[in-house]
Write a new protein. Structure first.
Length: 220
């Protein structure tokens, strides 16, 4: 099974993500079939799953981490964890969703273990967090828990909104640069970031992490 892990990023002319046509241009192979074959040690099946999922997973991790070297390391580690734990994949979700869950846990660990990550987790902890009266110890713990909750909420957003929030609010990339990186207009980026913040605040309010707006639930 170890040979399944020793794969490199797909070449630039590899099959586009999501496509599962054979090299001979044959019909698509369902993901479930490829997963079942990979579980049995079929290196070709795992290679196809790897190629189909590498690019979207790489983009997802890159937007969270913002460092090319760390991103590739985390993506490779994600696939290493996935191939070892493939028997635990139940197919209730897509393989891509399952891989992103593994990657998110690894990104959390990466952020916690590095100075840059500490700052990122601190930004996460303070985002939409309003508990200025906490003691220093309680405040640190609550910010950590809040950061973990926010990461989970982020993963529920559509990719376009999540990317805008991460670029603008967490990585604090200048807006023109962020818009250029995402290939969208500056106004479009602002709209996405605003929508992302609103959805995040709504969810954190529902979970009890931020107070409801004054007019929410108010009587006449």
């Amino acid at each position: 099974m170890g040979s399944l892990v020793q794969l490199r990023p797909p070449a630039s002319d590899a099959t586009a993500p999501g496509a599962s046509t054979s090299a001979a241009g044959g019909p698509q192979t369902p993901e479930a079939t490829l997963v079942e074959r990979a579980r049995g040690g079929d290196v070709d099946a795992w290679s196809r799953l790897y190629q189909d999922n590498f690019d979207p997973l790489y983009r997802h991790v890159a937007y969270l981490v913002g460092e090319a070297h760390a991103t590739e390391d985390l993506v490779q580690e994600t696939f290493a964890h996935a191939v070892v734990g493939l028997r635990q994949f139940t197919s209730r979700s897509s393989l891509q969703t399952w891989l992103r869950g593994i990657a998110l846990n690894l990104v959390r660990r990466h952020w916690r273990s590095r100075t840059r990550g500490t700052r990122a987790m601190d930004r996460l902890g303070h985002a939409h967090h309003t508990s200025p009266q906490d003691s220093p110890l309680e405040g640190a713990y609550l910010r950590q828990r809040h950061a973990e909750v926010l990461l989970a909420v982020l993963d529920t957003l559509p990719p376009a909104l999540r990317e805008a929030f991460v670029m603008c609010d967490l990585r604090e990339v200048p807006l023109p640069e962020a818009a250029a990186d995402l290939g969208i207009s500056l106004n479009n980026l602002r709209v996405r970031a605003t929508r992302a913040r609103a959805r995040i605040r709504d969810e954190l309010t529902r979970l009890g992490w931020v107070p409801a707006a004054p007019d929410e639930g108010a009587g006449p």
